[in-house]
Design a protein around this ligand. Sequence first.
Ligand code: AMP
Length: 579
Amino acid sequence: MKFATLASCFERLEATSSRNEMIALLARLLAGASPDEIVIVCYFVLGEIGPGYSEVNLGIGDRTTAAAIALAAGTDPASVEAAAQELGDYGDVAVRLIETPAGGPLSVADVHRGLSEIARAAGPGSIEEKKSGLARLLAAATPPERRYLSRLAAGEMRLGVGDMTLLDALAEAFLGSKAGRPSLEHAYNISSDIGHVARTLREEGLAGVQAISVSLHRPIRPMLTQRVARISEILERIGSPVIAVEEKYDGERIQAHKDGDDVTLFSRRLTDVTHQYPDIVRHVRHCVMADTAILDGEAVAFDHETGTYLPFQTLMRRRRKYRVREVAGEIPATYRAFDLLYANGESYLSRSYPDRRARLEEVLGRDKRISPADRIVTGDTDGITEFYLACIERGLEGVVCKSCAQDSFYRAGAREWQWIKWKRDYAPGISDTLDLVIVGANAGRGRRAGTYGSVLCAAYNHEEDLFQTVCGMGTGFSDVDLSDLPRRLAGARKDRQPARVMVNPQAAPDFWFAPARVVEVLGLEITESPVHTCNWDPERRRGLALRFPRFVRWRDEKSPEQATTAAEIAAIFRRQREV
Ligand code: AMP
């Protein structure tokens, strides 16, 4: 497949604001790809060159991209930077500045090979190597190809295609309709590699996809928690007579894969964070009594002197490239495991929670460096309340309640009623925060001139794969947050309403952003609204909105599809009415 075919499809994808058309365009593209090509096409569409979890990360950065464009254009990096300031996008800059005719036809495989070599270059001289490698590709490319090459390299593809959109397109291309998506989604949830799912579907059909199973060093998408408005609802909602109530830790979700002495750690976004936690790697290697295992749990900063857990912010100080071991010594992390997904060659995903927990306790023993989450098993709300209060006293965030029913399987990637969190800041109304995606902003006036006055926030509607607005938010920002807004949002700027973003005309913002940045937002309550599109009811012309939203913090570790869902907001709204 020619890279030019891909570039022209990307142009059409960017020009459409219809999700169905997006799927049709992608389905046609995918149907024309060979098994080797389909893998690459999927990665490229998502702006990547490998599965999200792999270490083959382009990581080339703005500077090197600019230098490569300068080299290909025969100009100096300062002119490239100036054009980037003006155009706000390296793709457009490359098209404008590189005037030489295309040097030769490029195939999708050529581009992937070239970019992979660039990604692998490391050590002394590697920046130079990356720069000249990218410049060579740019020189060979046609103008539209240059646009997407530069965006891929700079990590700013942002076609507005999410993984669910791509799965729908694969279903459409090879199974004839979107109805086949659930099987693909399941395979994707346990393999986290859309390229692998696509190739299997292309080569072996649906049966092959259904046979995809758990594999070491390939992360499983984490199971997520639901929330309720009152503690008394928890038992009702979970629907099993006895439930487990576990401590809820405020750290970083980590999935640990042990393969003999070889340990890989994945974050909630499924990136490889092994190098950030040398201490947890050691603990998993030495304390997990199974040759192979996959654990789900939380890395928490722990003060061994006082015996207390330290806040999330303290742990985040360990997110760094350099001095990792030194800082690990200053802020030691312990690993509280709450699930076992695989052990000694066997998947535990379809075992009940009580079975998985029993096996977890067997493989862990009771070492304080890595231990199973503390918990109780209870059948009444008073039991939950007492354990919850004890957790709060110990400085924890709250509890996570888990079904003990026979069908309490580990549902990768799902947010269902089997796991319900109850947190300290819960009270009638909503005092739990929502994680919302910024899709627009209005220009600031007066004191806020030069930055944005407010941002337009959206929830993720999983069923429709759309971002639907919930509120405009202008409060809660410190002066530093405010002045930082344009920089934070610059990479996501769009000159028109992005596809998958649903906004009513009366809420249309001055500036649009592709769904990329997630913020944590506190608000008073959910109300019906003729303006916002969250759970939009076309007949009543009403959606749901968050009143009195306040900015709390950035949630850089969350992808837009991991934001609070429209269904969760609808559930909060319904429950508010019942209280
Ligand atoms: P939240 O991030 O507020 O939606 O809460 C869900 C998160 O709580 C999970 O993704 C885990 O990172 C974390 N967590 C902490 N303790 C537990 C536990 N015992 N069981 C499940 N999740 C937990």
